[in-house]
Design a protein around this ligand. Structure first.
Ligand code: BYC
Length: 472
């Protein structure tokens, strides 16, 4: 298994030194990336030593090495999963043909757009999270935030590599544009909705890493099936990094739930705000918000784009290669939602244009697993309450339900009922202010903010009270 060449200015396992043109393009982009990172990356901590992992090899056993690094010195690089000998295209019209090692000319525009959309989310999330360091609930959490930030930066490198290596001048222009759009900017926003929302506090951030990074997992897994082999290999390696981001979300919210339950038990009250905790109702409203904006990221229920991506062999289903069907889907159907007066019912639709909905279904089942675990924590504390995912039609801005108002239990309701109840269902200004009031930095080693429990264990076998960021 070839390791990664760290003697190069840009660490890589793609033999960059043999491709002078590409090397030059990336070396020209590098200072612009660093400029963006200094301007839009973590605010206030660029000169600190952070205990970070860096990829040293792409195999499963030991790709990561941990050490103190200043974030601007992080070795961002180009890492692709190992090629699979004799790989063929696994679905669509070209099924069975050898996987493409170069861009198929007729799909060039579509493929570039997919890569740009994926690439755009990565710097966007760094921008969204850039002020969080100043209000960290612990040094352990601060380190995890920065680990995620540098890896999102690396994911941007991963997409820029594809654009520069395979799309010539247009690709280089897109690489520049990825550094120019800004999350939430009116004039040059990021491409997808959820990446223009604010991440103003740590509860929002943990929700984002649980729900929105999980969209990343499903989209990357679908692109990992791609017949365009460099995209597939790039995404396969990105998925190994993504797992840590999801871990931060799942354990982070789990720790908040844990702390809330402890406070409920100790104070014999549901009103844990009096005790400086985050009540379960507020947690539910944050879940409702982040889940619904993340559902939008899968696109519409019926999408000719999705059908085309599949038929062209560019974007597959989640775990495509494990599925036992014809992998063409021209004659099959899939069950999707439809509006039926004030009810939402289901109907069978052609499978190909329903692929966004199918991926959303996989995602929803995965989201539910975390809720089940958090509900176990609540149950262990003998508290009679449950966190729930709202109905998939709730608070949607894309697709069938974008035009109507749907309650968390799945009823199509009037504007008047929505207006009367939306603050029971979505974070209100006063919820946001309360959560904001909790965001007091805790930087003493081994201490944690009152609203979140410590983690079960530290990073890379280190203790929880390890100096994960040298702040002094
Ligand atoms: N916001 O045909 P439709 C991650 C547009 S997250 C704004 O239903 P399609 C990460 C759509 O572009 C994963 N616009 O959509 C997580 C289309 O426009 P055109 C990111 C939207 O194309 C955390 C029109 O509406 N990766 O990695 O089937 C931290 C009609 O839509 C939205 C990807 O998304 C929206 N939410 O599906 C860091 C994978 N939804 O063509 C990173 C690549 C749709 O009419 N992208 N529109 O101009 C794709 O596969 C597809 O572009 C989408 C949309 C699934 C996003």
């Amino acid at each position: 298994m070839p390791g990664i060449d760290y003697n190069e200015r840009i660490p890589n396992n793609v033999s960059l030194a043999d491709n002078r043109r590409l090397q030059r393009a990336l070396e020209e982009w590098h200072p612009k990336f660093l400029e963006w990172w200094m301007q839009m990356g973590p605010d206030g901590f660029q000169a600190k030593d952070v205990y970070l992992r860096t990829a040293v090899s792409v195999d499963a056993q030991g790709w990561a090495q941990f050490d103190y690094v200043k974030m601007p010195d992080y070795r961002w690089g180009l890492f692709l999963a190992e090629p699979e000998a004799g790989r063929t295209i696994g679905f669509g019209d070209h099924m069975g043909a050898p996987a493409w090692q170069d861009v198929p000319g007729e799909y060039r525009g579509v493929l570039r757009r997919l890569i740009v959309t994926q690439g755009d989310t990565e710097p966007a999330s760094v921008e969204q999270q850039r002020h969080l360091g100043r209000t960290c609930p612990s040094v352990y959490d601060l380190r995890n935030l920065f680990q995620i930030n540098v890896e999102e930066g690396r994911h941007l490198w991963a997409m820029v590599y594809l654009l520069d290596a395979y799309f010539g001048r247009d690709g280089r222009e897109e690489s520049e544009a990825l550094l120019q759009r800004r999350s939430g900017d009116r004039d040059k926003p990021r491409i997808l909705g959820a990446f223009n929302e604010k991440t103003p506090d740590w509860l929002s951030y943990l929700m984002f890493t649980y729900f929105t990074d999980r969209d990343g997992k499903y989209q990357l897994a679908s692109l990992a099936e791609s017949g365009f082999d460099p995209l597939s290999r790039t995404c396969r390696f990105m998925l190994t990094e993504e797992a840590h981001h999801l871990f931060v979300g799942e354990t982070g919210i789990g720790r908040v739930v844990q702390r809330t339950c402890e406070l409920m038990r100790e104070g014999k009250t549901d009103d844990v705000r009096r005790l400086g905790g985050i009540d379960l109702e507020t947690l539910q409203r944050y879940i409702n918000f982040h889940y619904s904006v993340s559902l939008d990221l899968f696109g519409s229920e019926i999408s000719t784009n999705a059908a085309n991506f599949y038929t062209m062999g560019l974007k597959g289903r989640f775990e495509e290669s494990k599925k036992r069907d014809d992998h063409r889907l021209k004659d099959s159907t899939y069950s999707i939602n439809e509006l039926d007066g004030d009810r939402i019912s289901t109907r069978e639709a052609p499978a190909l244009p329903s692929l966004n909905e199918r991926l959303r279904d996989d995602y929803i089942a995965d989201c539910q697993r975390g809720l089940d675990r958090w509900n176990q924590v609540i149950k262990k504390h003998e508290i009679d309450a449950e966190l729930r995912l709202p109905h998939r039609g709730f608070h949607r801005a894309i697709g069938l339900c974008a035009e109507v108002k749907v309650s968390p239990d799945g009823r199509v309701i009037s504007e008047a009922e929505w207006d009367a109840k939306k603050h029971q269902w979505l974070p209100s200004e006063s919820d946001k202010q309360y959560v904001q009031s909790l965001m007091q930095p805790v930087t003493e080693i081994g201490r944690f903010a009152n609203w979140i429990a410590p983690p079960a264990r530290g990073v890379n076998g280190r203790p929880v009270d390890f100096e994960y960021v040298r702040l002094a």
